[in-house]
Design a protein around this ligand. Structure first.
Ligand code: ADP
Ligand code: AMP
Length: 214
C-alpha cells in the first residue's frame, strides 16, 4: 500500500501518517523530518535546506526528489509506505510517478486532509515539537502528559521556528500556489481521497482506515 498524504502545513498529515504507519506496519517517510534531522546533524543538505525552511519556502525540487526516490527503493518499502510532505510540487509528483513506473509500481492512494486556513493558524501556534526525537504534540488537542516535556524521550518541547505566526502565513501562500495543484493531479489519476481534517484526530483516522479498507 503506497500512500501520499496531502494537505496544508499543519493539517494533520504527520499525525495521521504515524498512525497509518503503525497500523499497517509500513515506513512513515516525512521529508520535513529528514530535513530537520539533517539540520540537527549539521550536514550540507541540512544547511542548504534550512535557508529555505526558515523563510517558509519550499526546498528546491533537486534537493528533495533524489532523496525520496532512493528511500522508496529500499527493501523496507517493498510492502508499501506512507509519504508525508512529499510531493509538494507537480514536478516532484511527476518525478515520483516516473521513478515508480521504472520499478513497475504506482501510488495507490493520495489522501487529502482538508483544513481551512483559519484553523491552520491555531493548529500551528499550538504545535510543539520535541528537540530530541521530533515527536509532535498540540498544547490543546494532543497535549503531552507533563507540560513542555516529551512523553517518549523526556526532552524539551519547542515551537518550531517555521511555526511562528510570521512564517505560517508565508507557508500557507506557498501551499496554495505550489502544492494545492496536486489535488487535481491525483484526482485526474483517480486515486484522490478527501477527508475532513477538522474532525477529532481519532475520527479522522477512522475515516482513513475505512478508505484503506481495514
Ligand atoms: P502536518 O504534518 O500536516 O504539518 P501535524 O500532524 O504536525 O501537521 O499537525 C499539526 C498540529 O495539529 C499538531 O500540533 C497536531 O498535534 C495537531 N493536530 C493534528 N490533527 C489534529 C486534529 N484532527 N484536531 C486537532 N489538532 C490536530
Ligand atoms: P513539514 O515538516 O512537512 O511541514 O516540512 C517543513 C519544511 O521542510 C517545509 O516548509 C519545506 O521548507 C521543507 N520541505 C519538506 N518537504 C518538502 C518537499 N517535498 N519539497 C520542498 N520542501 C520541503
Amino acid at each position: 500500500m503506497k500512500i501520499i498524504m496531502l494537505g496544508a502545513p499543519g493539517a494533520g498529515k504527520g499525525t495521521q501518517a504515524k498512525k497509518i504507519a503503525a497500523k499497517y506496519d509500513i515506513p512513515h517517510i516525512s521529508t520535513g523530518d529528514i530535513f530537520r534531522a539533517n539540520i540537527k546533524n549539521g550536514t550540507d543538505l541540512g544547511k542548504k535546506a534550512k535557508t529555505y525552511m526558515d523563510q517558509g519556502l519550499l526546498v528546491p525540487d533537486e534537493l528533495v526528489v533524489d532523496l525520496v526516490v532512493d528511500r522508496v527503493a529500499q527493501d523496507d518499502c517493498a510492502g508499501g509506505y506512507v509519504l508525508d510532505g512529499f510531493p509538494r510540487t507537480i514536478p516532484q509528483a511527476e518525478a515520483l510517478d516516473k521513478a515508480l513506473a521504472a520499478l513497475g509500481q504506482k501510488v495507490d492512494y493520495a489522501i487529502d486532509v482538508e483544513v481551512p486556513d483559519e484553523n491552520i493558524i491555531s493548529r500551528m501556534g499550538g504545535r510543539r515539537a520535541c528537540v530530541g526525537c521530533g515527536a509532535t504534540y498540540h498544547m490543546e488537542y494532543a497535549a503531552p502528559k507533563a507540560e513542555g516535556i516529551c512523553d517518549t524521550c523526556g526532552k524539551e518541547l519547542i515551537l518550531r521556528d517555521d511555526d511562528k505566526p510570521e512564517t505560517v502565513g508565508k507557508r500557507l501562500d506557498v501551499y496554495h500556489e505550489q502544492t494545492q495543484p496536486l489535488i487535481d493531479y491525483y484526482a485526474s489519476a483517480g486515486i484522490l481521497k478527501e477527508v475532513d481534517g477538522t474532525a477529532d484526530i481519532n475520527d479522522v483516522f477512522q475515516t482513513i482506515t475505512e478508505i484503506l479498507g481495514a
